[in-house]
Design a protein around this ligand. Structure first.
Ligand SMILES: Cc1ncc(COP(=O)(O)O)c(C=O)c1O
Length: 470
């Protein structure tokens, strides 16, 4: 019998071509099913008299995506948010792999000292705050936490909130009245934008990080209105772009135009900057920002949020008029003790070590992804956004990475503008270089495979359309 001589390299090439072809065919089916099409924007404002039935369209869109494994939301963890984690997608498919999709930048959620503090508080005070912060919801843990936050951001008065979202929304809606003005960065977090929209219709949106544009907007407002207040809203580290504004310049502009600066430090406080003081500390602005607002959910092992101010009367006003402070139950003793313990670690030498480990991982991942030809947006921070662009390619990459046990958040509208989809990778101190070296080429190759498959499938559909038209 004649045996066909084979060369291993040509076998490899053949199987690569076959795999690429199979993927392109799969994508062609997805395109035919419509599961790569559309954005959530189409379903945001449904019309019709029946409030409940008119949600059916978004469910049909979800089903088409989900049937093709392209629904990236509502996945769940089986255990703790470790760098290696077991997760399930919404359809119940399980996978274990490298986790860049959790927010626990300093890995404090699994720190034994933090677990002990939480357990102690649970034993001593129970699991429940049993009231809002103004109606006996405060505990000795939450009072100690106010002091600890005040120390961390070098600002005297602190109001706590049950979530970071509530802190953002509550601060803006309490302090800004309908006649006042807001100047807000175009990429500010939804909690800030929704707070702004609820507070006033006098909203000016500044181009991302563009201080000159903020000056122009403030000048225009003050030229017609010297009577009312202006709040300028930005973030210390932008959550989808990993970049930071010039805080000194913005604060100076606010002084010049009689405006108030609010900086949301949800992503940088604790994880970045000297002593964990975030971008405010890196920029030498500790204690100099009008309002510092933050979330505990990224680096402090717990839900929760805060607003810090130099003014006692501002705190008093927030207590009475920030809805999520006044009318929502306070942080539980366990949450407050957890966050307090995290702050102790963050401000210690161990905190410096954890931040150094985190930055080693960040820089390692960014340089390996760049070597793969990928664009990492922004500055080195725990957030590594990899720009993909179109939703179709981004969804496909998200699905393929999940199948290869590399977990990232695939972000599209409403998280980011349409056409600016991206992978958002979030790093932790406890990741190691072995995991990062293993994941980076998988991500690089997957982006290339997805783009090629999409181009091939679209070309085939065009050819097919042209043939049938003939
Ligand atoms: C910039 C920013 N602000 C506020 C929040 C809200 O914080 P939390 O999720 O802790 O309520 C988030 C969380 O996603 C955020 O990214």
């Amino acid at each position: 019998m004649y045996a066909q001589p084979t060369h291993p390299a040509s076998d490899d090439v053949d199987s690569e071509i076959a795999a690429a072809d199979a993927l392109a065919r799969q994508v062609e089916t997805m395109l035919a099913n419509g599961s790569l099409d559309g954005t959530a924007a189409q379903f945001a404002q449904p019309r019709g008299a029946d409030l409940l039935r008119r949600t059916a369209a978004v469910e049909a869109w979800h089903d088409a995506r989900s049937n093709d494994g392209l629904w990236q939301y509502a996945r769940s963890l089986e255990g703790a948010p470790y760098p290696i984690a077991s997760i399930r997608d919404e359809a119940g498919t399980a996978a274990r792999g490298i986790n860049f999709a959790s927010q626990d930048y300093l890995s404090l959620a699994s720190h034994p000292q933090v677990a002990d503090a939480a357990a102690r508080a649970l034993r001593e005070a129970g699991p429940h705050s049993a009231g809002s912060a103004v109606l006996l919801g405060n505990t000795r843990y939450s009072l100690a936490l106010e002091q600890a936050i005040a120390g961390l951001v070098a600002t005297e008065h602190v109001a706590l909130f049950p979530t970071g979202w509530g802190a953002a929304f509550g601060a803006i809606t309490a302090l800004v009245q309908a006649q006042d003005h807001i100047v807000i960065d175009q990429f500010a977090h939804a909690s800030l934008r929704q707070g702004a929209n609820a507070a006033t219709s006098n909203i000016s949106i500044n181009r991302h990080l563009d201080v000159a544009h903020v000056r122009q907007l403030l000048g225009a407002i003050r030229a017609r209105d010297t009577e009312h207040g202006i709040m300028v809203v930005t973030e210390g580290l932008f959550s989808m772009d990993s970049d930071t504004p010039d805080l000194a310049a913005l604060q100076a502009l606010c002084h010049e135009y009689g405006a108030t600066l609010l900086v949301d430090v949800a992503h940088d406080l604790g994880a970045m900057g000297p002593g964990g003081g975030g971008c405010i500390a890196s920029q030498g602005m500790l204690g100099k920002i009008d309002l510092v607002m933050g979330a505990f959910s990224k680096s402090f092992g717990s839900n929760g949020g805060f607003v810090a101010t130099a003014s006692r009367s501002v705190k008093r006003h927030l207590q009475l008029f920030a809805g999520p402070h006044m009318f929502s139950n306070a942080l539980s003793p366990v949450q407050a003790a957890t966050i307090g313990e995290c702050i102790q670690i963050i401000r210690s030498e161990e905190g410096d070590t954890l931040r150094a480990d985190l930055m080693r991982n960040v820089e390692g991942l960014r340089s390996l992804l760049a070597a793969e030809g990928l664009t990492c947006m922004g500055i080195a921070s725990p957030i590594v956004p990899v720009l993909i662009g179109g939703e179709k390619a981004s969804r496909l990459v998200g699905k393929l990475l999940f199948e290869q046990s590399v977990f990232v958040n695939q972000v599209e509208f409403p998280g980011v503008p349409i056409g600016a989809s991206r992978l958002r990778l979030q790093l932790m101190s406890n990741h190691n270089m072995q995991q990062i070296k293993r994941a980076a080429p998988v991500i690089g190759q997957t982006v290339a495979r997805a783009r090629a498959a999409l181009a091939a499938a679209e070309a085939r559909r065009r050819d097919h359309g042209a043939n049938t038209a003939d």
